[in-house]
Design a binder for this molecule. Structure first.
Ligand code: SAM
Length: 266
């Protein structure tokens, strides 16, 4: 027996960190809103920080929608168990295939088929700007937030789920990684950022890291702003910023630099 999972809705007032459950009440889908679903044992974690600032305003304005699907509601028996011991033995518990399967089938009923299903997992391909761009260009995403030792492999295989990772470290659950991926994606949706030009200039937009930024005061603790930035010569400023971006990328991220030089060859 399943119940309607809790979901959040963009047109409510946002006091996200104060009362996150306020945003997780059953509501109809928003027409044309980019739609995020997170299957989780902690629906109160959503929208969390995504309910603040620009992503929060966009949620309130209905530019995107956040549905938290409570895995426990699809659990087994009186206690709604969602996990069991690993086949073959070993430490910890594993999220059951049948339980996650029910949650996924329920969630996907209200999701366009073109929206991918991603499992947040340290084994996955690294989350990057290009993934955020791809997701923002589609209708939405269903995210599976793992817990314990992770998810029964059969679910991943059966639904053809892609695993994506926040980095080479192990979190206790997928929720924080889901926040990061959703934040990176939602800010790319049309109308979310006030200044679309900032997307074009920031790190990774051109395959390079961003140049250093400065603001007032002109001198602080004996450190001056590089004079070129105060010269008013926009050609010089662009050249300086470009050179800084290239130098930073070459020094800090040889992998990005190699990809950039390969792409700009010829
Ligand atoms: C304790 S971890 C499980 C780690 C797993 N036993 C392993 O060694 O790969 C529990 C859950 O946290 C999430 N998680 C942990 N590290 C992550 C990372 N680097 N990126 C994305 N999700 C992560 C996943 O959803 C995972 O199922």
């Amino acid at each position: 027996m399943t119940q309607t999972p809790p979901r959040s809705h963009g047109r409510k007032s946002i006091a996200a960190t104060l009362q996150p459950r306020e945003l997780i009440t059953p509501t109809p889908d928003l027409v044309a809103a980019w739609k995020a679903q997170a299957i989780t044992l902690f629906p109160e974690a959503f929208p969390g920080p995504l309910g603040l600032s620009l992503t929060g305003k966009a949620l309130q304005d209905g530019l995107w929608q956040m549905d938290a699907v409570f895995l426990r509601e699809f659990g087994e028996g009186r206690h709604r168990n969602v996990d069991d011991t690993p086949a073959g033995g070993g430490a910890g518990m594993v999220l059951r295939a049948d339980v996650m399967g029910r949650a996924l089938d329920h969630a996907r009923r209200t999701m366009p088929a073109a929206a991918p299903i991603l499992y947040l997992s340290p084994r996955g391909r690294r989350i990057n700007q290009s993934l955020a761009r791809d997701l923002a260009a589609g209708p939405g995403v269903t995210l599976i937030c793992g817990r314990f030792e992770g998810l029964d492999q059969r679910v991943i295989d059966h639904y053809g789920i892609t695993e994506v990772s926040l980095g080479d470290f192990v979190l206790t659950g997928g929720e924080i990684a889901a926040h990061a991926l959703l934040d990176a994606t939602v800010r790319l949706l049309p109308g979310v950022l006030g200044n679309a030009a900032s997307i074009e200039e920031e790190s990774f937009a051109t395959g390079l890291l961003e140049h250093p930024q400065y603001t007032k005061p002109a001198e602080w603790n004996g450190h001056a702003i590089p004079p070129v930035l105060l010269s008013g010569n926009h050609g010089e400023i662009d050249r300086w910023r470009r050179a800084q971006s290239e130098a930073l990328t070459r020094d800090r991220r040889p992998d990005l630099w190699a990809a950039h030089t390969e792409a700009t060859k010829g």
